[in-house]
Design a protein around this ligand. Structure first.
Ligand code: DON
Length: 325
C-alpha cells in the first residue's frame, strides 16, 4: 500500500474525492425511511431500522466507511456467494454444477421450485445454497466433525475478510431452525428428487445452512470480502490468494444474474454490477478491479432487498460510470 502510494499508482487516484461523493450519497439515502425489517424471526424483527452503514475497500486496500459499519449483524443470504466460492475452490466448477444450475429462477428466493433437471436453479437462492452446503459438508473434508466443519467454514470467511473476525449468533441460529418449515420442505423436495450427493444427512446439512446464515460480522469487514472478489480472489489487505480467478468469475457471474432476488434483472440493467443481498439488510457490491462495497440498512422492499442499499447502488451509478456495459 505504501509503495503504491509513493508511486501514485492507486486505482482510485482521488480517493478523497471518491469518498466525498460516497458520503453525499450516504446522507441522501439516510432520509429514506421506506421498507420493513424482516419479521420471520423475532431477533431480526427487533433490529433498529435506523441503522445505516456503508463501507468501501479498494483493490489496493484503501478503506473508507461511514455510519453503522461496526454494528454486528448476521450474514443471512449474503453468505451464499461465500459458501459457493469455497465449494468452487475446493471441488471445481465441474463438480459443483453437476448438482446446481446457473439460471435465474424468476421466483422468490425460498420458492418450492426446481429447474427442468429437477435441480436448484442457482446457488444464490435457498434451494441452491442448501445444496451447496450439502456439497461442503459431504464432499469437502468428509472426515471432519460438524464442529470442525463450522470452524473450517468460518476460517474461510475470515480469510476473505483479511483476517477480520466472524462471530456466531446463537439465538438467530435457534430461531432460524425453529422457523424453517420452508427450508425443510425444500430439503425434502430436493431429497425426493435425489439432488443431494450420496451420504447427505439432511438434518445436519440444514443445520449447517442455518449456522452459516447466523454467522455474524459487520459492514466494515464485509467490504474486505467484497474487495477480495473485486480483486480476482486476492485479499487486498493481506495479499493472500484466497480464490483462483476462475472461481471469482463464476461467483460474480451468478451474483450479477441472480444476486438481488427477484429484482436481479432490473438491478443488472440499472446498476450493471454483481451484488448479493440478504434479509439482514446487507448488500455485497463488487466493482471488479476497483473496489468492494458493503451497505447495511435493515428495512427491506417487497423483493427483500435493503431499501437504502438499493438506492445507494443506483445513486452511485449516477455519479460513477461503473456499469459493466
Ligand atoms: O433461509 C432463510 O430463510 C434465511 N436464513 C436466509 C434468508 C435470506 O437472506 C434470503 N435469501 N436469499
Amino acid at each position: 500500500l505504501i509503495a503504491r502510494a509513493f508511486r501514485h499508482q492507486f486505482v482510485v487516484p482521488d480517493f478523497l474525492g471518491f469518498t466525498k461523493d460516497i458520503e453525499e450519497i450516504y446522507w441522501k439515502c439516510k432520509s429514506n425511511t421506506d421498507g420493513k425489517v424482516a419479521s420471520y424471526i423475532p431477533q431480526l424483527a427487533r433490529v433498529n431500522p435506523d441503522y445505516w452503514g456503508v463501507a468501501v475497500c479498494t483493490v489496493d486496500g484503501q478503506r473508507f466507511s461511514i455510519g453503522d459499519v461496526h454494528v454486528p449483524f448476521t450474514l443471512q443470504s449474503c453468505s451464499k456467494p461465500l459458501t459457493y466460492a469455497v465449494a468452487l475452490e475446493k471441488l471445481t466448477q465441474k463438480v459443483v454444477h453437476q448438482y446446481v444450475g446457473q439460471e435465474p429462477s424468476g421466483r422468490n428466493f425460498n420458492e418450492l421450485v426446481l429447474d427442468h433437471n429437477k435441480q436448484p436453479h442457482n446457488p444464490m437462492i435457498n434451494a441452491g445454497a442448501i445444496l451447496v452446503c450439502s456439497l461442503l459438508k459431504t464432499l469437502v473434508k468428509p472426515e471432519i466433525t460438524l464442529a470442525e466443519k463450522f470452524d473450517y467454514t468460518q476460517n474461510w470467511f475470515q480469510k476473505m475478510a483479511g483476517g477480520e473476525n466472524f462471530g456466531f449468533n446463537n439465538s438467530v441460529f435457534l430461531s432460524e431452525r425453529e422457523a424453517a418449515d420452508r427450508n425443510y420442505a425444500l430439503g425434502f423436495y430436493m431429497r425426493e428428487h435425489k439432488v443431494f450427493p450420496e451420504k447427505t444427512n439432511l438434518r445436519e446439512c440444514l443445520d449447517f445452512y442455518f449456522q452459516i446464515c447466523s454467522m455474524e460480522t459487520c459492514a466494515d469487514s464485509m467490504s474486505v470480502v467484497a474487495a477480495t472478489l473485486a480483486n480476482g480472489g486476492i485479499c487486498p489487505i493481506t495479499d493472500e490468494k484466497v480464490f483462483r480467478p476462475e472461481v471469482v468469475r463464476d461467483v460474480l457471474s451468478l451474483m450479477h444474474s441472480c444476486g438481488m432476488y427477484d429484482y436481479s434483472g432490473q438491478f443488472a440493467f440499472k446498476v450493471g454490477l454483481p451484488a448479493k443481498s440478504g434479509v439482514c439488510g446487507g448488500i455485497l457490491l463488487v466493482v471488479p478491479n476497483v473496489a468492494g462495497i458493503f451497505t447495511w440498512s435493515p428495512p427491506l422492499d417487497p423483493c427483500g432487498n435493503s431499501v437504502r442499499g438499493v438506492q445507494f447502488c443506483e445513486e452511485l451509478l449516477q455519479v460513477f460510470n461503473f456499469h459493466r456495459y
